[in-house]
Write a new protein. Structure first.
Length: 199
C-alpha cells in the first residue's frame, strides 16, 4: 500500500442502550424527539426542518468537538467544528450494506472519516493477502488517495454513520481486479464488475 492511514480512536461516554442518545444530549423543548433517531434527524434537516437540524447538532456536536480538541486544541476546536457544520449535511454518509463490488477500490482524493455511530469492517490488502479490521464509532481516520480498501458489515437495521471530509482531487481512481488497476468507469462497464458484484 502506498501512503499512510492514520486512525485516532477517541473515548467518549457510552450511549444509553435504552434511548440511543448520548448522555449529555437533551432534546430541550423540541416537540418531536429526533435525537434518538439520527436517520430521522438527517432527513428532517435536509428538508429544511429546524428541529431536525437542532437534534442532529445536539447528537453529533459533543463528539465532534472532542475530536477537534484532540487534533487542534481547545482554543481552535470551536472554529473547526463550526466549519465542519457548513459541510456536514452534504458529507454525512450512511452505510447500509457492503460495498457493491467484491473488488477493492482506491480514491481520487485524500479524505478524513469521522465515525459517528455504528461500525464497519475494513478489508485492506497486502499483495493478495486480505486483512480485515473492525472499527466502532467514534473514530477519526485519514486516508491518502492511494489507500485501497473495501467496506462491509452495516445493514439497513444497523447502519454506520460517518462524516467524510475530502481534499482536492489528486489522481484518477478505480478498482483493483486480480492485482490489476482499472479506472472506475472502465471497471463499471466491464464483465469484471458484473462478475464481482457483492449483491
Amino acid at each position: 500500500m502506498r501512503g499512510v492511514v492514520h486512525t485516532l480512536v477517541v473515548p467518549v461516554q457510552p450511549t444509553s442502550e435504552e434511548t440511543g442518545r448520548h448522555p449529555t444530549c437533551t432534546t430541550g423543548d423540541l416537540t418531536t424527539d429526533l435525537t434518538g433517531d439520527l436517520a430521522a434527524a438527517v432527513h428532517a434537516a435536509r428538508q429544511g426542518d429546524e428541529a431536525g437540524f437542532v437534534a442532529l447538532y445536539r447528537d453529533v456536536q459533543p463528539r465532534l468537538l472532542r475530536y477537534a480538541t484532540v487534533l487542534v486544541g481547545r482554543d481552535a476546536a470551536e472554529d473547526v467544528t463550526a466549519e465542519a457544520w457548513l459541510q456536514i449535511s452534504r458529507d454525512l454518509h450512511k452505510f447500509v450494506g457492503d460495498d457493491w463490488s467484491l473488488d477493492p477500490h482506491d480514491h481520487p482524493k485524500r479524505f478524513w472519516s469521522i465515525g459517528l455511530r455504528g461500525w464497519y469492517d475494513e478489508h485492506t490488502y497486502n499483495g493478495y493477502h486480505q486483512i480485515r479490521q473492525r472499527f466502532h464509532a467514534p473514530w477519526l481516520r485519514t486516508f491518502p488517495a492511494e489507500h485501497i480498501h473495501r467496506l462491509t458489515g452495516p445493514t439497513p437495521e444497523r447502519p454506520c454513520w460517518t462524516l467524510v471530509i475530502v481534499g482536492r482531487t489528486v489522481r484518477r481512481w478505480g478498482f483493483w481486479n486480480r492485482g490489476t488497476w482499472l479506472p472506475w468507469r472502465t471497471y463499471v462497464d466491464s464483465d469484471n464488475a458484473k462478475e464481482m458484484k457483492s449483491c
